[in-house]
Design a protein around this ligand. Structure first.
Ligand SMILES: Nc1ncnc2c1ncn2[C@@H]1O[C@H](COP(=O)(O)OP(=O)(O)OP(=O)(O)O)[C@@H](O)[C@H]1O
Length: 290
């Protein structure tokens, strides 16, 4: 099954063009949608999750018309929104039962089996009787995944899921997601490059409503291969470097700015060639250097 998005457009009342002719083809597996704040990721995710309408364009999931056949999409969709809203004082087990009933699982034996399976899958079985409102951030996100998976969805959308998770929880979350990605289409929307690097073979980079790159992570890296140089500089030299070179990014390393520069010809004068990273591709695309 494929998700095919063509010429998708969305302009809000305030004039912001949040989706600008978005074209994407997404296969089974983990797909990373990378973009800075305001890029349009949530607008795209909400549209695919049938929560808002696009102005024009098409999206099809297998033979389902996503934009016009919302009920059919909802039957095969798992969605973990950026903000899950209020967490009730209900136990995880009871809440999953409740959500499963809403999704039409009315046979209590089957439902019980599914709820227990999901709790085990996200490593919350031993905490199943605790109120979801008492869960830590990571446990909440894992609960979010469990509710996403009710009814074996064919399309799973997770919007910025790892923000605020500590490294241990993030790893646990990654493992669960990549297991899901073996069977279904999973779209992971994030501004965290590491999420995409670790989990996804296919990805897109979005900014200001436009898709700047779509393809494999490896092909993305090839676009800047052997053309990234780095150098530690003084803070007051930064503007000069920025005007003379194609600066991809600058960040502090040990309190001193380290710049990454894109160059098609070898650079001397203190620059050393750096191994290109997905973060370099991300910033090079955002800064329109490649
Ligand atoms: N309901 C809305 N009304 C008006 N403008 C909106 C609305 N929702 C989003 N926007 C604007 O549309 C643009 C895209 O926002 P969106 O939330 O889709 O981006 P994002 O990539 O998900 O960013 P973030 O990571 O900050 O959520 C932004 O400029 C945002 O301010």
């Amino acid at each position: 099954m494929q998700l095919i998005i063509k010429n998708l457009n969305k302009q809000y009342g305030n004039g912001v063009h949040a989706l600008n002719n978005v074209d994407l083809t997404i296969d089974k597996g983990m797909f990373g949608l990378l973009g800075p704040n305001g890029a349009g990721k949530s607008s795209l995710m909400r549209t695919l999750a049938t929560l808002q309408n696009a102005d024009s364009g098409t999206a099809t999931l297998g033979d389902i018309d996503v934009l016009n056949n919302k009920d059919e999409v909802r039957k095969v969709l798992g969605y973990l929104p950026q903000e899950f809203g209020v967490y009730p004082r209900t136990s995880a087990t009871d809440l999953l039962h409740h959500l499963a009933i809403l999704k039409g699982f009315d046979k209590s034996n089957e439902r019980k089996e599914m709820v227990n399976y999901l709790l085990q899958k996200v490593n919350l079985f031993e905490h199943r009787k605790k109120a979801v409102s008492s869960y830590s951030g990571g446990m909440r996100q894992r609960f979010g995944i469990a509710q996403c998976l009710i009814g074996s969805p064919k399309l799973v959308i997770v919007d910025e899921p790892t923000a605020g998770l500590d490294p241990g929880e993030r790893n646990r979350f990654y493992n669960i997601l990549s297991e899901i990605g073996e069977q279904t289409i999973v779209i992971l929307s994030t501004h965290i490059v590491q999420d995409v690097r670790e989990l996804c073979t296919n990805m897109a980079i979005m900014d200001k409503g436009k898709v700047l790159y779509s393809g494999t992570t490896d092909e993305a890296l090839l676009q800047i291969k052997d053309r990234v140089y780095e150098k530690s500089v003084n803070k007051d030299e930064l503007p000069q470097y920025q005007s003379e070179f194609k600066v991809i990014s600058n960040k502090l390393v040990g309190g001193k700015p380290q710049i990454h520069v894109y160059s098609e010809t070898p650079l001397n004068s203190g620059f050393t060639q750096a191994e290109e990273t997905l973060e370099d591709v991300f910033f090079a695309k955002l800064n329109e250097l490649v």
